[in-house]
Design a protein. Sequence first.
Length: 281
Amino acid sequence: MRIDLHTHSNASDGTQSPAEVVSSAAESGLDVVALTDHDTTAGWEEAAEAAAEHGIALVRGIEVSCNHEGISIHLLGYLQDPTAPGLLEELERARESRETRAERIVELLSRDVPLSWSDVLEQIEPGATVGRPHIADAMMAKGIVAERGEAFDRYLYDGSPYYVSHYAPDPVTAVRLVRQAGGVAVMAHPFASGRGFVVKDAVIEAMAAEGMAGLEVYHRDHSAAEVQHGLDLAASLDLFVTGSSDYHGEGKPNLLGENTTDHVVLQQIEALASGVEVLWP
Ligand code: AMP
Ligand code: FE
Ligand code: FE
Ligand code: ZN
């Protein structure tokens, strides 16, 4: 069974609709795909319909933005009740702050490059979670950069003079809220130092103590040494290990199924969750 537990649609910063992500997943031979948009479950319904149509299993999930002492980290939540008020409130607050922050980034950028907020708005699906990739897409449309990666390398990277942070809950709170919503918490790409700053292992230990269940160890942003460290840390904290693509459609080179998760781990996720169920075909 081929299982990919981390993908994005245009409900956040992916380039395909939720239905397209699911049909691409089926086409690429996956048996199970999780839709994990940043800070929103807006794509769940469309993805569920597409999953039934294509005969593929769907794990409904989310990638919760978190902030630990100024460092941005991501927590995957699986099968949580999307209406649970505690988590919902934090997600709404983060999404709102993401919008103000993106406008501020564009304001700073517009001093140096020909880019306006309306250019960025053209790149965002109504209601989608706004992120730096949408600014990158607007820069591409204006011919300022050739691809998202170039926009991040030159303008949008963490710590750039144009960088502005946004509100996000601390990771221990996020783990608690995902669990209270009946979901299963797994830390996304914990050691991906190439993409920005990473937190110390002590933070991961605190998240595990709050009931986080797993670590996404197999991810293209991890070096071989980071994978090994993840395996060691997961073993010592009694966490399961996942592998995923972090697919963003055309927005990143990541390919569906390039890393996968063991069937036994999916069974553990199903057993731990009490929010919603895996949708089997
Ligand atoms: P934000 O959510 O605004 O903090 O932006 C972070 C998002 O940007 C991540 O979720 C990635 O999807 C995306 N991202 C980060 N670095 C790159 C890159 N080099 N190329 C394409 N997308 C990137
Ligand atoms: Fe993303
Ligand atoms: Fe992420
Ligand atoms: Zn992601």
